[in-house]
Design a protein around this ligand. Structure first.
Ligand SMILES: [Ca+2]
Length: 90
């Protein structure tokens, strides 16, 4: 009996894999952007949304590094604009 169950599970997994492969391979442009590529609304040009961002070449520990200058729009949650003039990483 257990042998038959294993066989059924195996068939189910293989079937799902083929079904997913067909969905991703068969159809036009991918509609959804990757979450890691989303831009933070408070910075322009694009600064990815993450736990923290620091200026490239600075002493910050990332994990995101920004090659500025970037315009600060509203608040500055990553504290990229040390001198408060509205431009970060200049
Ligand atoms: Ca600044």
């Amino acid at each position: 009996m257990s042998r038959a169950r294993r066989s059924l599970l195996g068939l189910t997994v293989v079937g799902s894999g083929l079904f997913l492969a067909g969905c991703f391979g068969g159809g036009g442009p991918a509609p959804a952007p990757q979450p890691s590529a989303e831009c933070h609304p408070n910075y322009s040009p694009c600064v990815p949304i993450g736990s923290d961002a620091d200026c490239a070449g600075g002493s910050g520990d990332g994990p995101i590094y920004v090659s500025g200058p970037v315009q600060i729009i509203g608040g500055d949650p990553y504290q990229l604009d040390a001198d408060g003039d509205g431009l970060g990483c200049e």
